[in-house]
Structures are given as structure tokens and as C-alpha cells.
Design a protein around this ligand. Structure first.
Ligand code: ADP
Length: 621
């Protein structure tokens, strides 16, 4: 799989994971939200219980108060003599004191006709004194001998309050009613500022207490016309302020909790609602907890769950992808290894082939070498035979001529002796002797060629050797009118060699140069031939050069010049051994003898020898 395909697959995985997580998240959201709502409803239940206990406590505290006040002699006295203003004044003050002491809003005394004779708020602008409360149910209940309870908006004070009443009896007859009104504002004040809203509804479902003042006198359900008539009759609530709360209710869970959706100022608010009844008062206390907290908690939980799920999916995907990559890599490694093994096997076959070929070639070479050696030995044999032939030819040439002369001279000598011409005979015998000398000289040459030299090699001074050689050649040089151009160095030069043999080489080279310069060389007609002798030294070598102005070395001569018996000279003039012997002598000294043509014409022979230390001469000798 290519890298792009892998990335695409991973992207698809990711998109799927996100979609799946969102689907699971949204499916689970309402469940989680519901469970949080139930939990918040359970928590609200506690708050509700406390609220109800608080309300009950307040009611219970005030309930016995009217009966106690009704027993007061001053109250009874007032009702028996309502025209006495002093009595009314003192009761007014007394009621005011009690109201202050018990924290009641108002306390007032009404006669059997519903007329109010004394009130704790006698000195206020909305004083109840002189007002009639015959229409109030609490008056009716008390005048009939019971205890009255009522909730209403005060007609004079315009304050919501709860009314408790009890009959005032004079000689067993109900002569009036004592009413204690408590304000609900203080109770409501405690409910404000909390997260939850608290509301109290009456038997009609009308909200008369609430942590929100804008919900006062709103009913949870539509009001029946009979209910409205009753409210009007009792002047319980201001009719123009009554309204219907924009409410939708839906039960949640099985604990009686409900979901309230209330339209407030164009927006909808959602609550979890719990309710509890206070049957003795005919009230229902509701606690409304906003669902926003439950929703936030549910969102948090779902987001965390979705993230965890997403992370799990991603980690799983990552691990799977990594595993797939590893499997792929291992497969690739296997493939590479297989390829390598195949290549090695192929190379091994190639190598084996090359090896076989090489062995074959070695065998062929060996065979060629054997063939070469055979050919070489054949050549050597042929060379030896050729040299022997050359030598025989040269020797027969050299010896035949003096032998023929000896025979002639001997015959002549015999003839002269027969004729008794002794002098002529002697002359011929003398010539025979000369011929014998010549043959002896040739023989000596040959012996020199064949014999190993006795002379030791060591440091020898060069200049005395050169002057000896020149002395030997002086007669020949004079005969040929030749000059030796030689500028001897001031200090002697020492070389490694043998005195006599080096002298022999020098004589030979100078003699050849002389021959080349004078014999058959028309270039030198009428001109004295010069032979240049030079010495070149380096730190460890000494080179002696003999240069002539002859016709130089022909190509054929150059290749054979050091071969024994190679000569271009006529019979009796050369044996062709001089350069061959010289070459071997110089080689014995550890040096080299070179033959070249000079660029300006003529030949140049170089004796290249190792330089020697002067001090060791005696030791060498
Ligand atoms: P030989 O002098 O008896 O011929 P060498 O061995 O001394 O024998 O010389 C061999 C040949 O080399 C000579 O015959 C000659 O042809 C050639 N040669 C030697 N020296 C010279 C020279 N300086 N110039 C030209 N040819 C030479």
C-alpha cells in the first residue's frame, strides 16, 4: 500500500471515529442529562423539605396567637363597650406592642358585624380601624366559632399576608374576632439569591409566594369562572393582576419530579420541579431547579466520554496502523532478504563460472608458458648454433689466411733452400714466424673471451687508467692523424672496477672510434678526426663518454653491436669480440655500457660506473 493510500485510510478511520463518537455521544446525552436532572431533583427534594419545615414552623408559631389575644380582658372590655375611646386607645397600643413582640404584620379586633374597633396599625395611613372585614373568609370562619386561616393581598395595606383568626367570646357568645396578619415578604426574602426558585401555590394553583416577584398571582393552570367569583367575593387577590403562567410540564423519573418549561420574557427556561403539600394550609410548595447545571454536567460528561472514546479509537487505530506497518516492513525485509539470497546465489553461480574459466585460463597460460620455454630453449639452441657458426666462420677466416700464407712462405722457403738462397729462405721463415705470432694473438683474444677474469673489483682512480689507455693507443693515433679531445678534471675520480679491464674497454672504444672516424669515411677527407673524451659525475655515478664523428650506428648494427663475433670490418681487421668483451667487463663492474648515435652525427659510447671512495683503494688492491 502506498503512503498516500495509507494516509487516506487513516483519515477515513479518523472521520469514522469522530462520527461514531458524536453519534454515541448524542444518543447518550439525553440519558445522561436525565440522570443528572433526577439527581438534581433529589438534591432539590432536601431543600424543599427544609423550606416546607420553615413555612410550617412560621404558621404553627402564629396559629395559637389569635386565641390567646381573644382571651385578654382588655379586648373583651373593648367589645363590651365599643363606644369608649379610652378603651380603644389602650387596646390599640396593646395590640401594637404584641405585634412588635411577635413579629406580626398586623393584629386587629373586629366586632360581630365585621367592623374593626382596634388595630396595631391604628397610627398608620392604612389603619384598619373603622374598616369592615365581613367579606373575608377568616372572619366568617371565626364568627362561626372556628379558627380562621386565609391568605390574601391586604385591601388596605396592599401587602400579601396570611391571616389567623379566632372568636372573642363574651359570656359564651361570640362577640367578635381577633385577627393576626403575618407578612410573607420576610419568608420570601430568604428564598432569593439561591440557584433554585421556590413558589407556593394555593388550592387554585395560584402562586402567592415566590422567590420571583413577577410570578406573584400567576396560576399554574387556567382558572375556572367559579374560582374567579370566589376570589372576587373574598377580595383575596387583585383580579387585574391574575394571570396564567406560560408553563409546560412533563414528568421525569418516578419520584414525582417534573420538568417545567416556563416562558419568561420571550425566552424559555427549563427547570426540574419538585412539589410538597402543606395540607393544613391548603398549600403546595414547589422548588424549581434550573436544568442548565444538569445540562452542563451532562455535556461535560459526554464530552469527556466522547474524547475518551475518540482517544481509544485513535490509539487503537494508531496501534493497528503501526502493527500493519510493522507487518509490511517485516514482509519487505523478507522480500529484500530473499532478493539478496537470490542475488548471492546468482553471483555464486557467476563466480563459480568465472573460477572455472580462470582455472581453464591458468591451465592455458601454463601450457603457453611450457610452449614458450620450449620455443625459448629451441631458440637458445638455434642461437648457440648460430654463434658457433659465426665463430667458426670468423675463426676459419682468421686462421685460413695466415695458414695459406704460412704454406706459401714454407713452399717458398723450401724452394729457396733448394736453390741455396739462404737469405730469401730466412726471410720467408721469418714471415712464417710472423704469421704464427698473428695466430697466437688471435688465440689469445679468444682465450680472453672465454676465460673468467682473475682481477678483483674495487675502487680505482680513473685518470691514470685513461692516460695508460691513451699511451697504448698513441702510435695508432699518430698514424691516423687523430686527436683526442679530453679535458681531464683537476681532482682524480674514483670508480668501482678493475684497472686492467677498464683500460682494455677504453682502448677498445677509442680504437673503434678511430676506425669509424678514419676507415671508409669520406666525410673526413683532408680533416683531422677528433675523438671526444668526457667525464660526467653525479654523487654516486661516473659516466665516461667516447664520441666520434664517424657515420654512426646503422639500425642493424645497433641491435647486434654487443653480440660476439658481430663485425662490419673486413678479414684481418676485426673479430667482432671487442664490444662483446667490453660489455661483459662493465656488467661485471656493476655498471652499464650504452651505444647511441649523437644528434650531430657520429656514435657515442657511455660507460656508466658506480663512484667509489678513494680511501679504500689500498684495501681493494
Ligand atoms: P671489431 O671492431 O673487431 O669489428 P667490435 O666488437 O669492437 O669488433 O665492433 C663491432 C662492430 O661495431 C664493428 O665492426 C663496427 O661495425 C661497429 N662499431 C663499433 N664501434 C663503432 C663506432 N665508433 N662507430 C661505428 N660503428 C662502430
Amino acid at each position: 500500500m502506498t503512503q498516500t493510500a495509507k494516509s487516506r485510510l487513516f483519515g477515513l478511520w479518523l472521520a469514522l471515529a469522530v462520527l461514531l463518537s458524536i453519534a454515541i455521544g448524542s444518543a447518550g446525552f439525553s440519558l445522561v442529562e436525565r440522570s443528572f436532572q433526577i439527581r438534581s431533583a433529589e438534591q432539590a427534594q432536601g431543600t424543599l423539605r427544609l423550606t416546607v419545615a420553615g413555612l410550617r414552623g412560621a404558621l404553627n408559631r402564629y396559629e395559637p396567637l389569635p386565641s390567646l389575644i381573644a382571651e385578654k380582658p382588655s379586648i373583651k372590655a373593648l367589645l363590651s363597650d365599643t363606644t369608649n375611646p379610652d378603651l380603644a386607645s389602650s387596646v390599640n397600643l396593646e395590640l401594637k406592642q404584641i405585634a412588635e413582640d411577635v413579629g406580626a404584620s398586623d393584629i386587629y379586633v373586629i366586632d360581630a358585624n365585621g367592623y374593626t374597633w382596634a388595630a396595631s396599625n391604628f397610627d398608620q395611613t392604612h389603619s384598619f380601624v373603622g374598616l369592615s372585614y365581613v367579606y373575608r373568609p377568616y372572619f366568617q370562619q371565626a364568627i362561626e366559632g372556628g379558627l380562621g386561616r386565609f391568605f390574601a393581598l391586604g385591601t388596605a395595606s396592599l401587602k400579601r399576608g396570611y391571616y389567623f383568626s379566632a372568636p372573642i367570646r363574651l359570656q359564651g357568645q361570640i362577640a367578635g374576632v381577633v385577627t393576626v396578619k403575618i407578612s410573607v415578604d420576610a419568608l420570601e426574602a430568604d428564598w432569593r439569591g439561591a440557584d433554585s426558585e421556590i413558589l407556593v401555590t394555593d388550592q387554585f394553583g395560584i402562586i402567592f409566594m415566590s422567590s420571583r416577584s413577577d410570578w406573584h398571582f400567576q396560576s399554574l393552570q387556567p382558572l375556572q369562572p367559579a374560582t374567579l367569583d370566589e376570589i372576587k367575593a373574598f377580595r383575596q387577590y387583585p383580579i387585574d393582576q391574575l394571570g396564567l403562567l406560560n408553563l409546560q410540564r412533563k414528568p421525569i423519573g418516578n419520584q414525582g419530579a417534573e420538568r417545567f418549561t416556563i416562558g419568561v420574557g420571550g425566552t424559555e427556561k427549563h427547570f426540574v420541579a419538585n412539589a410538597m403539600a402543606i395540607p393544613e394550609a391548603g398549600w403546595n410548595v414547589h422548588i424549581l431547579t434550573p436544568t442548565a447545571a444538569a445540562r452542563t454536567q451532562a455535556i461535560t460528561v459526554i464530552v469527556i466520554a466522547v474524547l475518551v472514546l475518540l482517544l481509544t479509537i485513535l490509539v487503537t487505530a494508531f496501534l493497528l496502523l503501526r502493527r500493519a506497518r510493522m507487518v509490511e516492513r517485516i514482509a519487505a525485509q523478507h522480500a529484500a532478504q530473499e532478493l539478496l539470497e537470490n542475488r548471492v546465489a546468482e553471483r555464486t553461480v557467476d563466480l563459480n563460472q568465472a573460477n572455472t574459466q580462470l582455472l581453464q585460463e591458468i591451465e592455458e597460460r601454463k601450457q603457453a608458458e611450457r610452449q614458450l620455454r620450449k620455443t625459448q630453449s629451441e631458440l637458445v639452441q638455434a642461437g648457440k648454433l648460430a654463434a658457433l657458426g659465426q665463430m667458426s666462420a670468423a675463426l676459419s677466416h682468421e686462421f685460413n689466411q695466415p695458414l695459406a700464407a704460412v704454406k706459401t712462405y714454407a713452399d717458398n722457403a723450401a724452394t729457396y733452400l733448394d736453390r741455396n738462397r739462404i737469405d730469401e729462405a730466412r726471410d720467408n721463415v721469418g714471415r712464417i714466424s710472423q704469421m704464427a705470432d698473428r695466430m697466437a694473438a688471435i688465440s689469445k683474444h679468444l682465450r680472453n673471451f672465454a676465460r673468467r677474469p682473475q682481477e678483483k673489483i674495487g675502487p680505482v682512480p680513473l685518470l691514470p687508467i685513461i692516460s695508460d689507455a691513451l699511451a697504448i693507443l698513441s702510435a695508432k693515433l699518430r698514424d691516423r692523424n687523430a686527436n683526442i679531445v679530453f679535458d681531464p678534471p683537476l681532482k682524480d675520480i674514483w670508480i668501482m672496477g678493475g684497472r686492467v679491464r677498464l683500460q682494455q674497454v677504453l682502448v677498445n672504444l677509442i680504437s673503434n672510434a678511430l676506425d669509424a672516424s678514419t676507415l671508409d669515411n669520406p666525410a673526413h677527407n683532408g680533416r683531422e678526426p677528433d675523438i671526444h673524451l668526457t667525464i660526467e659525475t653525479t654523487s654516486d655515478r661516473v659516466r665516461i663518454k667516447v664520441r666520434d664523428h664517424g657515420s654512426g650506428l646503422a639500425a642493424e648494427t645497433k641491435s647486434q653491436i654487443f653480440d660476439p663475433f658481430y663485425t662490419t670490418k673486413g678479414p684481418g681487421e676485426g673479430l667482432g669480440l671487442g664490444l662483446s668483451i667490453s660489455y661483459n667487463i662493465i656488467r661485471d663492474f656493476g655498471g652499464r655500457l650504452l651505444a647511441e648515435n649523437h644528434p650531430d652525427g657520429g656514435a657515442i659510447f657511455t660507460i656508466d660506473l658506480a663512484a667509489a671512495d678513494q680511501l679504500t683503494e689500498e684495501a681493494a688492491e
